[in-house]
Ligand binder design. Structure first.
Ligand code: ADP
Ligand code: MG
Length: 586
């Protein structure tokens, strides 16, 4: 063979050799095949190239500053889209940071998949001290719905398929997928790799309720004199919006939306009983739970707020059979997916259905009128410094004028009061602290909401809550997202007025730097910062931000003495049994 022929043959070699692929590409291909085209993560060893290649292959890869916020973004993307949100983290510490979000997603029934790089199995299992050594699979297992590890590239297709099914089927939740560094660079024949991929068919199959169960529920409902429907975030997740609205309107039953179910029907709907919440919970005789658990957020369905023991019967719609009787007896369990269950009930509520007695409706109406007029007076105040009501009155109008905007909300007083004051008009527009009532979801949720929906996002944050994810405003600016953050700045946690009881130099444990200017953080990254001291200023700044779509942070100066301890869940704070509680207000 001539020297020239030899050169040509070498150059030709790649064409004739069997094409190859590797773990990196198989993960990307498996996600793409299943329509999962956005990854939220933080780059680093060993997954930096996975992010790079994913971007090169056309996926949207959003890099965060901290994994917890990438995880929260993935979780809420799952809630908004009914597809598992994907979070990508590095090994050990990055994995642990993401794990908080994975556990929170599972608790909230949000589908997500945390894909984390990990160190070498052989070294980890013998505890020989690998770089970022940690038995991640074992740690993740109790904190999520399912956890898998993949050791062979040709198993990636199956692993991703199982992760998707586990996240979406039945009660949705978080899934962990462990990808050791070695897996990523494993090479396999491209044809074999392609054939190993799995497109998941019908990952959340309809679960039709039994005929008997539907009949039982209807019988209980027919016997009601003071019925009430409670809509939870499961109902929002289910995307059965039209049928849920029809069920409420056709039955004439008053309803109460849980926080993230607000807007399934507009909060201004005549049957919405939010403004008479304590009355309906106490006095209803039959309560229909639609994708809402009787957990602490509903006082476990018993106790003083629910009226005398035995005064109620419950109908519960849920996809998880074990949810029934979790706190109180459920007279009519309706196990199935919300769409199918609501449709089944609707089928029985036709002509001839008796609307609830008018006395019940009128009692609720009267209480609503009373409470709403009391509130109205407080919302219009244009004082400086602002109190919570004055500031929230301004934001209430902003949302009313832009009903398709998404509201993210966290804090203590900022959360409790905003939930009551800001009406929602469309489904899945209110995203908040959820089942755990946690702080730290703010910027992660806001980023994913903007990415997934393309709508403007308003994040209403207590100054303490904002601190947990505040660095992600750089991410908001970097991706030029239409997010307006409003920090309710009252100089501290609950309030900014606590004093150190010893008189020592340290400030009280709940106090922050006085008169901090959070707006300047946003300016540091090229966004718009505004310091607002009156509701008018606040309204102007937020309206401008929502309409321009420019990343904006408004520092809303709130009276430091305006808040109350732990918002409206102060009773959950155990108090010292010995000695007196340190004097709180200075
Ligand atoms: P909230 O906090 O708004 O009261 P929860 O998170 O307590 O709501 O309850 C949501 C419930 O909805 C969970 O028990 C979950 O199993 C259920 N759920 C979620 N998705 C569906 C669905 N598609 N069909 C039926 N139930 C669902
Ligand atoms: Mg505060």
């Amino acid at each position: 063979m001539s020297a020239l022929a030899e050169v040509i043959e070498t150059e030709d070699a790649p064409d004739t050799a069997p094409a190859q692929t590797d773990g990196f590409h198989l993960i990307i291909d498996a996600l793409k095949l299943n329509g999962l085209t956005t990854i939220y993560g933080v780059p680093g060893i060993p997954i930096t190239d996975l992010g790079r290649l994913a971007q090169a292959e056309g996926l949207r890869v959003i890099s965060f500053r901290h994994e917890q916020h990438a995880g929260n973004a993935a979780a809420i993307a799952g809630f908004l889209t009914k597809k598992p949100g994907i979070c990508l983290t590095v090994s050990a510490p990055g994995f642990l940071n993401g794990l908080t979000a994975l556990a929170n997603a599972t608790t909230n029934c949000f589908p997500m998949i945390l894909i984390s790089g990990s160190s070498e199995r052989e070294i980890v299992d013998l505890q020989q001290g690998d770089y970022e050594e940690m038995d991640q699979l074992a740690i993740a297992k109790p904190l999520c719905k399912a956890a898998f590890r993949v050791l062979h590239a040709e198993d990636i297709g199956i692993a991703v398929a199982r992760a998707i099914r586990a996240a979406l089927s039945g009660r949705p939740g978080g899934v962990y997928l462990d990808v050791p560094a070695k897996l990523l660079s494993q090479v396999v024949d491209a044809g074999l790799g392609e054939r190993s991929l799995v497109k998941v068919i019908d990952p959340a199959p309809a679960q039709i309720p039994g005929t008997e169960a539907v009949k039982r529920a209807i019988d209980v409902l027919k016997g009601a004199e003071r019925p009430l429907i409670i809509l939870g975030k499961g109902a929002a997740y289910a995307q059965a919006d039209d049928d849920i609205r029809s069920l409420i309107e056709a039955s004439g039953i008053p309803y109460l939306p849980m926080s993230m179910a607000k807007g399934l029907l507009p909060d201004t709907h005549s049957q919405c009983a939010s403004a008479a919440r304590s009355l309906v919970l106490k006095d209803a005789d039959v309560v229909v739970l639609v994708g809402a658990r009787l957990n602490w957020l509903l006082s476990h369905g018993k106790g003083k707020s629910w009226g005398p023991p035995g005064s109620k019967r419950f109908i519960q719609i849920d996809i998880e059979p074990r949810e029934m009787d979790s706190n109180v007896e459920i007279a009519a369990p309706l196990v199935g997916d919300i769409g199918s269950c609501v449709a089944a009930l609707l089928g029985k509520i036709g002509a001839g259905w008796q609307a609830p007695p008018s006395a019940w409706i009128e009692t609720i109406e009267a209480r609503k009128r009373d409470n709403l007029s009391k509130m109205a007076g407080r919302l219009g105040k244009n004082s400086s410094p602002m109190d919570f009501h004055g500031a929230l009155g301004a934001l209430r109008q902003i949302v009313k004028d832009r009903p398709d905007a998404i509201l993210v909300n966290e804090g203590a007083n900022t959360l409790d009061l905003a939930r009551g004051i800001i009406d929602m008009y469309q489904p899945r527009k209110r995203l908040d602290v959820g089942t755990w009532g946690i702080m730290g979801i703010g910027m992660g949720f806001a980023i994913a909401a903007a990415i997934e929906t393309g709508k403007p996002v308003l994040a209403v944050e207590g100054d303490s809550a904002f601190g947990f994810s505040g660095m992600e405003i750089e991410t908001i600016c970097r991706y030029r997202l239409p997010v307006c953050v409003v920090v309710f700045n009252n100089n501290g946690i609950y309030r900014g007025t606590d004093v150190n009881p010893t008189g020592g130099a340290d400030v009280a444990t709940t106090v922050f730097v006085e008169n901090a200017r959070y707006d300047r953080m946003m300016e540091a990254f090229g966004g718009v910062g505004v310091n607002a001291t009156t509701p008018d200023e606040l309204a102007r700044a937020v309206a401008e931000a929502m309409d321009s779509g420019r990343p904006t942070l408004v520092n809303a100066v709130i009276d430091p003495a305006a808040g109350t301890e732990s918002g409206n869940i102060g009773k959950l704070n155990p108090q010292s049994a010995v000695g007196k509680k340190p004097k709180a207000v200075g």
